[in-house]
Design a protein around this ligand. Sequence first.
Ligand SMILES: NC(=O)c1ccc[n+]([C@@H]2O[C@H](COP(=O)([O-])OP(=O)(O)OC[C@H]3O[C@@H](n4cnc5c(N)ncnc54)[C@H](OP(=O)(O)O)[C@@H]3O)[C@@H](O)[C@H]2O)c1
Length: 282
Amino acid sequence: MKKLFENKVAVVTGAGGTLCSEIAVRLAEEGAKVVLVGRTAEKLQKVADKIVANGDTCLVYPCDVTDKEAVDALAAKVEETFGPCDFLINGAGGNNIKAMPTITKFDERELTGELPEGERGLYNIDLDAFHGVLDLNTMGTVLPTLAFARQMAKNGGGNVINFASMNTYCPLTRCFAYAMSKAAVSNLTQSFAAYFAPAKIRINAIAPGFMVNERSKNYLGTVEEGLTKRGEQVIGHTPMGRFGEASDLIGCVKWLLNNDAAGFVTGITVPVDGGFLTLGGV
Ligand SMILES: NC(=O)c1ccc[n+]([C@@H]2O[C@H](COP(=O)([O-])OP(=O)(O)OC[C@H]3O[C@@H](n4cnc5c(N)ncnc54)[C@H](OP(=O)(O)O)[C@@H]3O)[C@@H](O)[C@H]2O)c1
């Protein structure tokens, strides 16, 4: 039986991470030739081992998505190895704790250096780290999109999926750089979708809710073994009463990439959030 994405070329950035490792494996299962991109070769290799063990096809390519030269070299390698890219999943993204204050509201002691040991206000954060978060989530989406849309345009079309967040809609406390950059991801999804529509390139985004990963277990806890205060707030706001799993995103990914199912859909951001956005918090 023909698979859904037989012989499509899918580039997945952030493919060593929690969400996009699963997406990469599942696209490969559907017959796509998958290019695994991230900075750490070992993380990518673990995902590649799984794909190869399933009898599917992939290429590991370590690359920093904020480095234009490296991204252009990646695009050339993909075209040479598998042919032009059909699908780009811009999954590389994230936050940096050094870009976040530890306190949720202004405290005048942050101006005088008198905050208690270990506490950090907005005036005490590392601005280079702040800039790095903006760069990763915005230019780390823009640069691969430009590099691969060139191939898609020449090849008669393609599909891009970006990664937004619940912060796209309303910022969480302390997440300044992450929140503003994820709002930008939704915005650039719209403007790039409009620009590339004549080239038959559809560009959409997924906004995952609160998904389980190793980091989230530390700062949110788990429903089964106990939640932190922040975890209780999240679950209290999530009508479905649980955190999401990477597998919860797969249906949405397949729908957006499938021209038969979503051929008239472009420029949208789809929340996959257990209903988090349905509640105002009261
Ligand atoms: N998990 C959630 O709850 C959640 C919720 C909403 C949105 N999201 C978004 O969904 C996407 C995937 O999240 P995730 O939970 O799977 O994150 P993750 O586990 O931290 O994976 C992100 C991956 O991105 C790679 N990466 C980071 N900087 C990079 C760079 N400059 N160049 C290339 N690769 C880079 C990292 O690998 P290296 O360090 O090896 O490069 C990492 O494997 C992210 O955009 C995230 O912001 C996640």
